[in-house]
Design a protein around this ligand. Structure first.
Ligand code: FMN
Length: 195
């Protein structure tokens, strides 16, 4: 797997379908990751999502004003489930106990292995409503994707990927899915800046 750095104006391509992301943050040598089920792009290079104020990961993001969002794949379902049902408040070894592995290489925040995209965001506090207090807003500073899952400047269609490499989706109540892929309904239609 080769990492490819992508233009910040293309970050939305990895988040446009919304939904589940892995949220990571670090401060003073500690870092943590948790799944967040409600993430949405908010422009070409920015996202909005919720992470409750009592979560350990959120505290690290507040201390550093930076965070990582990664898009987990279906093959990571068990690990993502464990990351979302254990807390570093109680288990300092939460990440290894969940089976989370990291890509090699020195980085400010380690990139969880098995994801399809990894984006570093600067946290922006200005202009956000005070309620709900779980809201987090970020502007992308650096974006990378798995080169095997990206072709000619956009993500490969999910239906062309093996099940375990498709985006991991979560509805509620233990209902985990792999993205089904996209049936084109307007063949050849052009739209917006995405061409
Ligand atoms: C599938 C899934 C989605 C979740 N989505 C969110 C979310 O959007 N916002 C949130 O605050 N917590 C969410 N959680 C809960 C946190 O991930 C969970 O409380 C986690 O253990 C926090 O870990 P930490 O305290 O180590 O940061 C979700 C959990 C799961 C399993």
């Amino acid at each position: 797997m080769a990492l490819i750095q992508i233009p910040l104006n293309d970050v939305f391509r990895s988040f446009n379908d919304g939904g589940l992301v892995l949220f990571g943050a670090g401060s003073e040598g500690k870092f943590d990751f948790m799944p967040c089920g409600w993430c949405t792009p908010w422009g070409l290079d920015r996202v909005l999502f919720t992470a409750g104020p009592n979560h350990y990961t959120r505290g690290l993001a507040e201390a550093s004003d930076r965070f990582l969002l990664a898009t987990p794949t279906a093959g990571m379902a068990e690990t993502v489930f464990k990351l979302g049902t254990t807390t570093m408040h109680e288990d300092p070894e939460k990440l290894s106990h969940a089976g989370l592995e990291f890509l090699s290489g020195e980085r400010e925040l380690p990139f969880p292995a098995g994801c399809s995209a990894w984006v570093i965001f600067r946290r922006v506090k200005e202009g956000l409503p005070q309620f709900p207090n779980a809201l987090l807003f970020g502007v992308a500073e650096e974006a990378w994707v798995d080169g095997d899952l990206w072709h000619e400047g956009r993500p490969l269609p999910e239906e062309e990927l093996p099940l375990e490499k498709r985006r991991l989706r979560y509805e509620a109540g233990g209902a985990w899915y792999a993205s089904k892929g996209r049936e084109r309904v307007l063949q050849g239609a052009q739209g917006g800046r995405t061409g």
